[in-house]
Design a protein around this ligand. Sequence first.
Ligand SMILES: CC(C)(COP(=O)(O)OP(=O)(O)OC[C@H]1O[C@@H](n2cnc3c(N)ncnc32)[C@H](O)[C@@H]1OP(=O)(O)O)[C@@H](O)C(=O)NCCC(=O)NCCS
Length: 315
Amino acid sequence: MALRSVIAGCGGYLPAQIVTNDALAARFGLDTTDAWIRERSGITQRHLAGDGETCASMGVAAARGALEAAGASVEEVDAIIVATATPDHAFPATAVRIQALLGMTRGFGFDVSAACTGFVYALSIADAMIRAGQARSILVIGSEIYSRILDWTDRSSCVLFGDGAGAVLLRAQEGESGVLSTHLHADGRHGDILLVEGTTGPLRMAGREVFKHAVNKLSSVVDEALAANNLAREDVQWLVPHQANIRIIEAMGKKLGLPRERVVVTVDRHANTSAASVPLALAEAVNDGRIRRGDLVLLEAIGGGLTWGAALVRF
Ligand SMILES: CC(C)(COP(=O)(O)OP(=O)(O)OC[C@H]1O[C@@H](n2cnc3c(N)ncnc32)[C@H](O)[C@@H]1OP(=O)(O)O)[C@@H](O)C(=O)NCCC(=O)NCCS
């Protein structure tokens, strides 16, 4: 039997501060409306980190949730991989900060930078390490504080993002369940259409161009993931997409022929939390009982780089 990486538990963390579209416009004096933001993106509100919160503090909260859901103790964890574009420091890596916060004194950890595709990249790396026998149990975390790299005078980008963290505990297990395959891509020629200036920002985005790439590239990576596993779109029970825009999410759901209730949507309440968006959405749908053991789940994401990717997971 094949050795696979099973998602043993999922956790999520959202800062307490909820800011509606109207409140955001009022706070930053933006020339925008709740109706425009809802119609173009599906977003109604976002969570924003408080002063005392860090990428590591949010990540560790999500990680604790994943450990608890898996019934695992910290002693079991061999490694921590954090996907983030907004680390607290250039180094130490956020993963190592989280290791210390969890009270771990062994194992290893590092961060992955692939913007909104970061979690899919990190999952792919963790899965490969588990199958290669380098670790048996890995915390894969996405944690982001985009509120600290946004230009709050740029209405075309600042209304689209939020803060949060999501995590999964991946565990080595023999059998048919687990990560079936991951598919990663990058094309640096399009690096300038979505970037963070320098290391501290602000973020700049050519929204319309990113939108076009998103629909085309996600569509082809979904086909690639299905073909690699000899599966048809009818076999997929759940789509857990990157949460950037409801129109992109709906296009992917339609492509897979999935009814609306089989597409996990959080963008309305979380906005785009970049590398945290997929694990946050996954945590919501797994922990409220929608996604069950045995279900075939497709994860996909696209982000700055451009980077994009997908993962097929049997729960
Ligand atoms: C950003 C996005 C919502 C904009 O929607 P759109 O339908 O493409 O809108 P456009 O960019 O064409 O802008 C339309 C108009 O709205 C204006 N506008 C932009 N932001 C606005 C806002 N917050 N409120 C009101 N008007 C706004 C623009 O200035 C433009 O005005 P103009 O026609 O007079 O020039 C959409 O392009 C998108 O979601 N792109 C993908 C972004 C994404 O996914 N990024 C993350 C990837 S990881």
